[in-house]
Each structure stands twice: as C-alpha cells, then as structure tokens.
Write a protein that binds this ligand. Structure first.
Ligand code: HEC
Length: 168
C-alpha cells in the first residue's frame, strides 16, 4: 500500500494525473494539424497526385518536359461532372491516368460495365471525396481562369512569396 506509484501519501495525485493527461491530449489534438501535416485541400491533392508534372505547376499546360504533355486546364470547358469523371477515370488510350481508387473495377466509368480498366494508366489512390475536393479547387482556381495573379498562384503553391509566384 505504501509503495503504490500514484497513491503514496497523496490521495489527490491520481486525479491530478488524469487532468494532466486530458490537458495533454487536448494540446496534441490542437497541435497536430498545424505541426504534423498541412490540412488536406484541393491544392495539397493537386501536389500529391503529381498533376503538375503533365499539366504545369499552375495547370496552364506547361508541364515538365520529362512527362507526357497534358493540356492547359485553364482553357478546359468541362463541367463539374465531366471534370470529376475525367480525374476519377482518366482518359483511355491517352497518358491521362485514373485517380479514383477502385475506378472501373468497383466504380463504373464512362458507362462501362465493371471490370478490368481499359488502356488507361493507374494512379488510383484517391477517394471520391478527394477527387471532388480537387475538382472544386480546379473549378475555382483554374478552369476558365486565364489570367494568373499572385493570389491565384498562391492558391496552388500555398504562399504568395514562393519564387514561382513573384512574376505575377
Ligand atoms: C502522365 C501525365 C498526366 C498526369 C499525371 C495527369 N494528367 Fe490530366 N491529362 C493528361 C493528358 C495527356 C490529357 C489529354 C487526354 C486527351 O487527349 O483527351 C489530360 C487531360 C486532362 C483533363 C481533361 C481536360 C479537358 O478539357 O478535356 C483534365 C481535367 C485533367 N487531365 C486533369 C488532371 C488532374 C487533375 C490530374 C492530377 C490528379 C492529372 N490530370 C494528371 C496527362 C496527365
């Protein structure tokens, strides 16, 4: 009885420990989103998916020469549903990969019966919610937005002082 870690001589310690650990938990919950990872957004998904390799950093079609060239998305006339389906399902027989996890096999694409994907590269690691988040980001900041401003650049790269944005 006398050598209990929590008990020895102080009936209040266990309660104080409990309060401390609740406080520590609350602190961690507040601290994690800002210090561990940026909060997921359309912009972070654009980066993570590597869309910029083919479509350019700011979706203007000036991608890395080492990758298959993708069109300027700022000039795209797709509506929201078409945009979501294109990102989710890719474009068969082109370099445009599908990005929705389970596209073709579990989620139908372009009205095809479920089954093995046709000739379309597989980049299918995103959920339907993530594909929608990315699509809405592009609808706001790229499709039909032909003039790139410093602010528009910052929406893609996260910081108006990024060297990439200083020319705008
Ligand atoms: C490996 C290169 C490559 C990558 C990576 C890539 N794309 Fe594409 N994308 C293309 C090509 C090539 C086309 C043109 C396909 C065609 O000829 O119809 C295209 C077409 C598109 C279109 C259709 C534009 C239109 O108006 O018809 C959209 C939208 C698009 N890509 C968005 C994305 C997004 C968003 C990502 C990232 C999640 C992405 N792409 C990743 C190569 C790529």
């Amino acid at each position: 009885m006398s050598n209990s870690v929590n008990g020895a001589g102080s009936p209040f310690r266990p309660a104080r420990l409990a309060i401390l650990s609740v406080a520590a938990g609350a602190f961690l919950a507040l601290a994690l989103p800002t210090h561990a990872q940026p909060v997921e957004s359309g912009a972070t998904i654009w980066q993570q998916a590597g869309c910029f390799n083919c479509h350019g950093n700011l979706a203007a079609g000036d991608g890395d020469a080492a990758y298959p060239p993708g069109p300027n998305l700022r000039r795209s006339r797709l509506d929201r549903d078409q945009l979501i389906e294109t990102i989710a399902c890719g474009r068969p027989s082109t370099a445009m990969p599908f990005h929705l996890r389970g596209a073709y096999t579990e989620v139908a694409c372009y009205g095809l019966p479920l089954g093995a994907p046709p000739d379309v590269p597989d980049a299918g690691q995103f959920s339907a919610e993530q594909v929608e988040m990315l699509s809405d980001f592009l609808l706001e900041h790229a499709l039909g937005v032909t003039r790139i401003t410093r602010e528009n650049c910052a929406a893609f790269v996260g910081d108006a002082n990024n060297p990439m944005c200083l020319q705008y």
